[in-house]
Design a binder for this molecule. Structure first.
Ligand code: SER
Length: 887
């Protein structure tokens, strides 16, 4: 049972058997505490449960929690590697009671586990209690049967645990293991307590208070229990070793370092092996939890850890990136307990390789500079702050790396001068913003960005987190607070809200704090990484410094995600169908639909669109995980990742890959590979369905497609189907026969129209008179005249009728007025024998005038005209008759 993996399981099994819920470790980036850099104890994920803010379905829990302590209250990065028990990353085993059991049961559970399950001899154990905690002392006597000399009262804050400046806290009781008198040291509280003989293995915190501020502490609603046992420490005890780095897990990692670099973990090199083994764990777990190396915030702490490991690899003789080669060993040791490690393996590996490659390029030059600058310096001397700053600024040496490099020679850095140099550089950077084009439009944002730093974006892997308001604006000016109904711009130190960029719209959602609710309408990314939440205070007052629960509108974000991932698939499918000249020209990814513009010289055939849609949906159905990696931009492009032309990318880029190509020359390889900073679905199946709506032109050589995904696509298709059903109903057939039936109906209609026209003609020639128009020719001054109004005959058919009438008449004048769709038209015909006396054009004009019309045209034997007042059609015939009479 002594391997690290077995000890972890035994601990969790024991507490599960004792009625505890087995809860998974929370991520290293705390979602519920913006003041905390990393999760540093098992209780962090339960902070709000202790304070009563949050309810869970259980009131006892047990965890193995990933923790990072790298600087700040709990650890000093510089010590790691040089001592037996300092780590940046470690696992904390803990059991928790939320108002359920308290001191007695906590002590009993702990004592039984270590003495019965783990079998530690009682005479090797002793405990401490807070000096005023008589209860705890009495319980140890009673439950464990420990004599008074083994229950040590500690008067200092050592036995009062708190997670940080604020949060739940309480007196604690620690269990120590005596490694034996061959190691120097005394029990806690003794003058030799700093020795290494007596080692704390378990801390039982009797959570009773909540620290609100430096001088403000309140009681928790219900006394609770939080315990923490360092897994590496207890493993050392159970494996009979004194040093954490000698446990099975670290032995495996250190052996891997020896193999990969080809150096022995002996003598002076020992520390370097340990640094690398420890830092590899922190690096891998941080990256798996969404942190990437950068120059600010958490990313910078990660970069410091990575670079420190890299410098030690260099010290051991590594000439090229090596750290990523150790990763498989870590994954095989810890990947079963923490599957996220395996899932993120390629991301971790690429990130390590990239960081190491870049750092190695400057490391030699930086180290040479450092050697030169410290040449001849004695122990106790100080390196100039300017040099330390140059190393930082030009060579990427974090300050503690420089300090670490000088440590063995006893040389310090002039910290004041370093800070001055840093301030000066910031001031210069500020001044240069004022001159850039971007600065003028963002004049208000840059000073804020400078003051509060870039916003840390947590939204790639969470939609909920806490943040603290670091800037608040109303009507474009900073303000200390804002009230109900007011529109504000809110900036917080970290956020899960995506700021609009790369075509993807910003997130909406809510922010809630004590007595205040804010609706986030949109989020914008401005001034080099500042996330601005455009929001409205729904109730209460929003104040600077307020701690807020930030929650992205999940449904909206999910739709955006599906649309964004679908855009990538469509992009690739378009290239496959239309050709590789297709390049992205723009896109809009919103919650309702997506739009994708691309270069292509001509309209897209419907059948081509169908193929594009089919290809994209085939990848959706593969339902493979969407992978995101961080790479050097050149490597990404060499891999074939699609980038936007003319887009400025940083040195490092996110590369999103989706699906496996089934056809063509790429068969078997990644289907879509794109540089992209957006948010995507977890697996392609989450897109549900891609449906292309339309294709259109947006400019010379640029086409646009619009598409829907998921429920929106389904709803759209449902509506279309409803239309087909309705159509079928009207046609009185099943939906399957509707098209055929409709074709028949259309044919029939054409036939009817033809027949109707024929019938009208016949009617015109022979049918009964309409209105006052006579059917038989009239004699007017020796000229035969036929004049009629014909309903339902359009202008285009009149001429034929007039011709026929002329022929039938032999000699005479014909005037037909057709009325169709509220319009009247007249055609007048004169047989050739009469054209020298009678002009058809004149007659047509006269007829038109009678119907409120003007003009008319034609030849003397055939003319036509129109008239707006169709109800006066009979008058038009009379007008022709009257004119003939007058001739
Ligand atoms: N929170 C306490 C610690 O970190 C016990 O879990 O030591």
């Amino acid at each position: 049972m002594s391997g690290v993996n077995e000890i972890r399981s035994a601990f969790l099994d024991y507490f599960a058997a004792n009625g505890h819920e087995r809860v998974a470790s929370s991520p290293l980036v705390p979602r519920n505490d913006p003041t905390l850099m990393f999760t540093n104890a098992g209780m962090v994920q339960f902070k709000n449960v202790f304070t009563g803010l949050e309810k869970r379905l259980y009131d006892r829990a047990a965890t193995a929690q990933k923790c990072v302590r790298a600087g700040g209250k709990h650890n000093d990065l510089d010590n790691v590697g040089y001592t037996a028990r300092h780590h940046t990353f470690f696992e904390m085993l803990g059991n928790f009671s939320f108002g359920d059991y308290f001191k007695d049961r906590a002590i009993e559970l702990a004592w039984n586990l270590i003495t019965r399950e783990f079998g530690l001899p009682k005479d090797k154990l002793l405990v401490t209690v807070y000096s005023q905690d008589e209860d705890a002392a009495a319980l140890w006597r009673k439950i464990a049967g420990l004599s008074d000399d083994r229950i040590i009262r500690i008067p200092t804050s050592d036995n009062f645990w708190s997670m940080g400046e604020t949060g739940p806290c309480g007196p604690c009781s620690e269990i120590f293991f005596d490694h034996g008198d061959h190691i120097w040291g005394g029990p806690p509280g003794s003058p030799e307590e700093d020795g290494d003989r007596f080692i704390e293995i378990w801390n039982l915190v009797f959570m009773q208070f909540e620290q609100l501020g430096p001088d403000e502490r309140v009681s928790l609603p219900r006394p609770s229990i939080d315990t923490g046992m360092g897994l590496e420490r207890v493993a050392a005890v159970l494996q009979g070793v004194h040093d954490n780095y000698d446990i099975d897990l670290f032995k495996a990692l250190i052996a891997a370092v020896e193999n990969v670099i080809g150096s022995r973990a002996e003598g002076e090199q020992r520390a370097s092996h340990r640094v690398i083994a420890d830092h590899l764990r922190a690096t891998a777990f941080l990256i798996a939890d969404g942190v990437l190396p950068s120059n600010e915030g958490r990313g910078y702490v990660l970069r410091r850890i990575m670079r420190r490991a890299m410098r030690h690899a260099k010290l051991l003789g590594a000439r090229e990136p090596v750290l990523y080669k150790l990763l498989p060993v870590l994954v095989s040791e810890m990947g079963r307990a923490y599957p996220e490690l395996g899932r993120a393996e390629s991301l971790i590996s690429e990130t390590l390789k990239l960081e190491e490659k870049r750092f190695l390029q400057t490391l030699d030059r930086g180290l040479a500079l450092l050697t030169e600058a410290t040449d001849g310096m004695e122990e106790g001397a100080k390196l100039s702050g300017e040099t330390a700053f140059k190393l930082y600024d030009t060579y990427g040496f974090p300050l503690d790396l420089t300090q670490d490099a000088l440590r063995s020679r006893g040389i310090d850095v002039d910290l004041d001068a370093f800070k001055t140099a840093m301030e000066r550089q910031k001031a210069e950077a500020r001044a240069s913003w004022a001159g850039s084009g971007e600065a003028s439009s963002d004049a208000v944002w840059y000073p804020i960005r400078d003051r509060v730093g870039a916003t840390e974006f947590l939204g790639y892997d969470t939609e909920k987190a806490e943040g603290v308001v670091v800037a608040l604006l109303r009507e474009g000016a900073e303000t200390a607070e804002a009230g109900e109904g007011e529109e504000v711009s809110v900036i917080v130190n970290q956020t899960p809200f995506y700021g609009e960029s790369g075509g993807q719209l910003g997130d909406a959602g809510t922010m809630r704090g004590e007595g205040v609710t804010v609706e986030v309408l949109d989020t914008q990314k401005v001034a080099n990484g500042l996330f601005v939440h455009r929001a409205r205070v729904v109730s209460g007052r929003l104040k600077m410094g307020a701690a807020l629960e930030l929650e992205v509108d999940h449904a909206r974000r999910s739709r955006i995600r599906a649309n964004h991932s679908a855009t990538h698939l469509l992009h690739e499918a378009l290239r496959e169908v239309l050709g590789t000249h297709v390049a992205q020209k723009g896109s809009m990814v919103g919650p309702d639909r997506l739009r994708f513009d691309f270069s292509h010289p001509k309209p897209i055939e419907f059948s081509e669109l169908e193929t594009v849609e089919r290809l994209a949906n085939a990848v959706v159905l593969q339902n493979e995980p969407v992978e995101t990696r961080l790479m050097a931009v050149d490597d990404a492009i060499a891999l074939g990742a699609m980038a936007l032309f003319g887009e400025k990318y940083g040195d490092e880029v996110r590369v999103v890959s989706m699906g496996t190509a089934q056809e063509g020359e790429k068969a078997g390889r990644t289907y879509s590979l794109e540089l992209c900073g957006g948010t995507h679905v977890k697996a392609t199946g989450d897109i549900g369905l891609v449906h292309v709506l339309s294709e259109s032109a947006v400019g010379a050589g640029v086409r646009r497609i619009e598409a829907l995904t998921g429920a929106a696509a389904r709803d759209h298709l449902r509506e279309q189907e409803a239309r087909v059903r309705r159509m079928a109903q009207l046609l009185k057939v099943g939906p399957g026969e509707a098209v055929e039936r409709l074709e028949a109906v259309v044919d029939e209609r054409r036939r009817f129209e033809r027949e109707l026209a024929e019938a009208r003609k016949r009617l015109a020639m022979a049918g009964p008179a309409e209105g006052a128009s006579p059917a038989q020719p009239k004699e007017i001054g020796g000229v035969s005249f036929v004049g009629r109004v014909i309903e339902g005959v359009a202008a285009k058919d009149l001429k034929g009728l007039v011709d026929e009438a002329k022929t039938a008449l032999g000699s005479g004048v014909v005037a037909f007025v057709g009325v169709a769709e509220g319009k009247a038209s007249v055609v007048v015909g004169v047989t050739p024998d009469l054209t020298d006396r009678i002009d058809a054009v004149r007659l047509a004009r006269e007829a038109s005038a009678a119907m409120g019309g003007k003009g008319g045209g034609g030849r003397p034997d055939m003319a036509q005209a129109g008239g707006p007042e169709a109800d006066k059609a009979a008058d038009a015939v009379s007008a022709v008759e009257a004119l003939l009479t007058a001739l």
